[in-house]
Design a protein around this ligand. Structure first.
Ligand code: BGC
Length: 366
């Protein structure tokens, strides 16, 4: 049995199942028995309910990303968590039975000025760690532990959809920063275009509607549930290119969620004046594209446009995301989860299906 630091290795202590991988080694993904996690002083012990699987997890499984904790060779995968508190220390703000989500990132140890101020999503020295991604074990096990300061309590009614919290935090941050950038001058956006109708794009669209904006979503598929999900939000679904979707009425904001090079550049060129483009898609390096750099630069300058990247989220964004999910239509949120797979069959979640929006592992299914 592999030994996981922070997990008990004592004889006689129970085991549970976890989804693990050896970062950097293809084909190393497996569900295996690991020792029961032992909460450190002050920590919560949580029964895992669900784990969302995203592109980052697939990249880690494909040996393209990810780091095991120092001194260990396997990483427990999983950063899109949902669980129920099994044990909480006396006097903590949590009690057994609470529905909770664990925060992904931890500040760097220096800490840098951003991490020192709780803005670890903006870490300046890159020495942050991330559960299930970078140097700390993830939430992909039947039980996990978490520090109360990095646990967020959810409305009990969100049990079926609370696993969407982490991707929602990424968009809560993106919108927060869009609004902060917008406030540099008069800002009254009317229209947003979202490129990509995966979970990130659809949650971006949801938050656009919650702000009362006219929402357009562009994706490459015409079938499946994505067009209906957009229409149910009151948005307009487009298939095709960014210029086709935009037509004569350019959006004030574009949230790019595909990471596909030509779409990224189309987005940059197709906002209204003083437009804001927020890039959220992580793309694979190595693909070259011919662009008219002069024209793009000229457009950005002459129109006061802003193009910025956004990743991760801090505690303030977890609160904003919890509010956004609580205010959303539950059945719409449930429809985003297109497959729920028992942990034992976790491999299936890593084989994408064209009908997928969000694939979730059921950690309590046995
Ligand atoms: C996660 C972020 C994380 C990023 C980079 C994304 O999938 O949602 O929380 O910061 O990967 O590791």
């Amino acid at each position: 049995m592999a030994f996981f630091r922070g997990y008990s290795s004592c004889e006689g202590v129970g085991t549970l199942r976890a989804l693990t991988v050896r970062p950097g080694e293809q084909g190393s993904l497996r569900v295996e028995e690991v020792p029961d996690p032992v909460p450190r002083e002050g920590e919560l012990l949580v029964d895992g309910l669900a784990l969302g699987i995203c592109g980052t997890d697939r990249e880690i499984a494909a040996a393209e990303y990810g780091w095991a904790p120092p001194g260990e060779d396997r990483l427990i995968l999983g950063h899109e968590s949902l669980g129920r508190v099994a044990q909480a220390p006396e006097g903590s703000a949590f009690a057994p039975g609470d529905l909770v989500v664990g925060v992904v990132r931890r500040p760097d140890p220096v800490p840098c000025p951003a991490c020192a101020r709780g803005e670890f999503d903006m870490c300046r020295n890159g020495r942050y760690t991330e559960r299930g991604i970078k140097a700390i074990q993830g939430y992909g096990s039947e039980r996990w532990t978490v520090e109360p300061a990095y646990a967020v309590k959810l409305d009990p009614g969100l049990e079926r959809v609370g696993v969407l919290m982490e991707p929602a935090t990424v968009l809560a941050k993106a919108w927060d920063h869009i609004e902060r950038i917008g406030s540099r001058a008069w800002f009254q956006p009317e229209r947003v275009l979202v490129t990509g109708a995966g979970p990130i794009g659809l949650l971006a669209a949801l938050m656009g509607r919650q702000r009362g904006l006219e929402v357009h979503v562009l994706d490459r598929v015409s079938g499946g549930i994505k067009p209906d999900l957009v229409r149910e939000l009151g948005g307009v679904y487009h298939k095709g290119s960014v210029p086709e979707a935009v037509g004569d009425t350019k959006p004030d904001i574009i949230i790019e969620a595909t990471g596909v090079g030509p779409i990224v550049f189309d987005a940059v060129e197709n906002t209204a004046s003083a437009g804001i483009v927020c890039l959220t898609g992580v793309s694979a390096p190595g693909r070259r594209l011919q662009v008219d750099a002069g024209a793009i630069n000229r457009e950005i300058v002459l129109e006061n446009d802003v193009v910025f990247g956004s990743v991760n989220a801090n505690l303030r964004h977890y609160e904003l995301a919890a509010q956004a999910l609580a205010a959303a239509d539950r059945s719409w949120l449930e429809h985003l989860i297109t497959r729920r797979i028992p942990l034992a069959r976790a491999h299936e979640a890593f084989e994408p299906d064209p009908g997928d929006v969000k694939v979730v592992l059921d950690l309590a299914a046995g």
